[in-house]
Design a protein around this ligand. Structure first.
Ligand SMILES: [Zn+2]
Length: 145
């Protein structure tokens, strides 16, 4: 769709993809503050989860949960935040955000005002590690498909 940033660009560094979805790691300041922060993006321009057929929405959620599983094993966050807003970019995407009690915004959402100064820097997982862990978790969720 013309003018849509997620139709005209990947939206981050692509770490995993198939014909229906892609996973990008967020590379701007938010990606530094929340190392491992990923977005799961539906490839086609669709606004709502219920615009997808049931098999497609199941696949998308399997992938969101696979990213959550990958991040829990790679960066051991205190909490995972899952969010699908789409108010600014109405192209279906999920945020998968690792959170720590000492991060700059905890316990508020990352889009709220910071609660405190930046947390200790944490090492972000490599794209290769993310890709491998996401693929393994998705394969397990979808029966090796
Ligand atoms: Zn789009």
């Amino acid at each position: 769709m013309q003018g849509c940033p997620l139709c005209s660009s990947p939206g981050g560094d692509v770490v995993w993809k198939d014909s229906r979805c892609r996973v990008v790691r967020v590379t701007d300041a938010e990606g530094v503050a929340f190392p491992g922060y990923c977005r799961v993006i539906w490839q086609a321009h669709v606004a709502e989860m219920t615009d997808l057929d049931p098999g497609s929405s199941r696949h998308l959620m399997n992938l969101v949960f696979a990213v959550e599983t990958a991040l829990r094993s790679l960066v051991a966050p205190d909490k995972i935040n899952l969010a699908a807003l789409g108010n600014q970019v109405p192209h279906l995407h999920w945020h998968v955000i690792p959170r720590w009690h000492d991060d700059s915004h905890f316990p508020a959402a990352i889009w709220a005002s910071p609660q405190k100064s930046a947390a200790a820097t944490r090492k972000a997982p490599t794209s290769e590690a993310l890709s491998t862990a996401i693929g393994a978790a998705l394969s397990e969720a979808e029966g090796g498909a």
